[in-house]
Design a protein around this ligand. Structure first.
Ligand code: NAD
Length: 309
């Protein structure tokens, strides 16, 4: 079955949501990009006399993400003019507009409770035929959909994009137990033909395939780094171009992903496994927790293993 995706909505305008919307735009698919409504004014807004009722404030997070996208290097857009295909908004005022889209992609923080809450809100405006997917890195699709109707569950699956979506070809599709197989095959066909992805269908196990392996590798590297007292530069030097991997092979990857997000992703396996070896491998890294406690959560905060100036 060929899917007709004329318009999409992306919920969450962070590292991934904004750049997924950009990649949809690259493929000519317009989207809504919705984030939360801020609960207080920022300094610049106060100075301009704005209030919490103004749309510039209510849409601040999605507007800010959209403004930053064209300046990200390498650009998430094939052409910066494609940014006009993305309409910024917020989940309180604009969620009803998903009635007019064909695909909703949830890309909010990697926490089951938040994702469940967002899905519950999405279902209020859901209609038969509207595909809903999650960009989760490894939370159970079945657990996320608990409490939703059978019809909704048939339209719900994981669509796990990799960072940055314009450049990373892999897309994991994760059907839940009740996902309609025609939607899975339709999404695979759409993602390959229109979005230029290479699709792998993964089972609904903690962190699916790529992050089960990738997270393990990154955590093992961090453990070796801490035990051996290696520097950031040493680790990147010996795990990067010198052995045929990209410049951003290890610690730069963590900065790109977001250290807060990576801690959640490691925790997806840590919390679910009973295997003591896996428990030890996926245990929260002390070093990452230390960085996160200082707010050094990577590129999005302009500080992580590297400082962005
Ligand atoms: P992020 O922290 O950069 O952004 C999350 C965004 O969600 C924030 O802008 C936040 O304000 C918003 N948000 C939180 N609660 C919300 C709600 N109730 N409604 C609307 N928006 C809400 O996180 P991210 O890195 O973009 O990750 C998003 C998802 O994508 C996670 O599930 C993550 O595991 C997954 N993912 C991340 C990467 C990566 O490299 N960062 C890669 C693949 C998948």
């Amino acid at each position: 079955m060929a899917l007709k995706i004329r318009k999409a909505a992306v919920i969450g305008s962070g590292v991934m949501g904004a750049s997924i919307a950009a990649h949809l735009a690259n493929a000519g698919v317009p989207s809504l990009l919705l984030d939360i409504v801020p609960d207080s004014l920022a300094a610049g807004e106060e100075a301009k006399g704005l209030t919490l009722a103004d749309s510039a404030v209510r849409n601040r997070l999605a507007l800010g993400a959209l403004a930053r996208l064209p300046s990200v290097h390498p650009s998430p857009f094939y052409d910066d003019a494609f940014a006009s295909l993305i309409e910024p908004g917020n989940i309180d005022d604009d969620l009803h507009r998903i009635r007019k889209v064909d695909w909703v992609i949830e890309a909010v923080v990697e926490k089951l409770s938040v994702k469940r809450d967002v899905l519950e809100r999405i279902e209020r405006y859901w209609r038969t035929g509207l595909i809903v997917s999650s960009n989760t890195s490894g939370i159970s699709i079945r657990e996320m959909a608990e409490g939703r109707s059978e019809a909704f569950k048939a339209h719900f699956l994981g669509t796990h994009f990799f960072n940055p979506p314009r450049y990373m070809k892999l897309l994991e599709l994760i059907p839940g137990q009740q996902t309609d197989p025609a939607i899975v095959s339709g999404m695979a066909e759409f993602a390959e033909r229109i979005l230029g992805k290479g699709v792998v269908v993964a089972k609904d196990t903690p962190n699916f395939v790529a992050n089960r392996i990738g997270t393990y590798g990154l955590l093992a590297t961090l453990q070796a780094m801490e035990a051996g007292g290696f520097t950031v530069e040493e680790v990147d030097a010996v795990t990067g171009p010198a052995i045929g991997r990209p410049k951003s092979a290890t610690l730069r990857t963590l900065d790109l992903v977001g250290i807060d997000t990576f801690l959640h992703v490691a925790n997806n396996v840590f919390e679910k496994t009973d295997d003591p070896a896996e428990k030890a491998a996926f245990a929260p890294s002390k070093l990452l927790r230390e960085l996160a406690s200082r707010g050094w959560i990577g590129e999005k905060a302009c500080a992580g293993f590297y400082k962005k100036v």
